[in-house]
Design a protein. Structure first.
Length: 47
């Protein structure tokens, strides 16, 4: 059981490292999502 736990922790660390790399290299992805949400929000407002 301990070996499985260590493997899971290792996988989680790898995923976190990949996510941090993506955030550093591609900050425009989050910006694009913010732009889409900001465009969708005004359409719901009643004039």
């Amino acid at each position: 059981m301990m070996t499985m736990l260590y493997e899971c922790v290792h996988l989680v660390r790898e995923v976190l490292q990949q996510r941090s790399r993506l955030q550093i290299t591609r900050p425009t992805y989050a910006e694009a999502i913010d732009e889409k949400s900001s465009i969708r929000k005004p359409t719901r407002r009643p004039g």
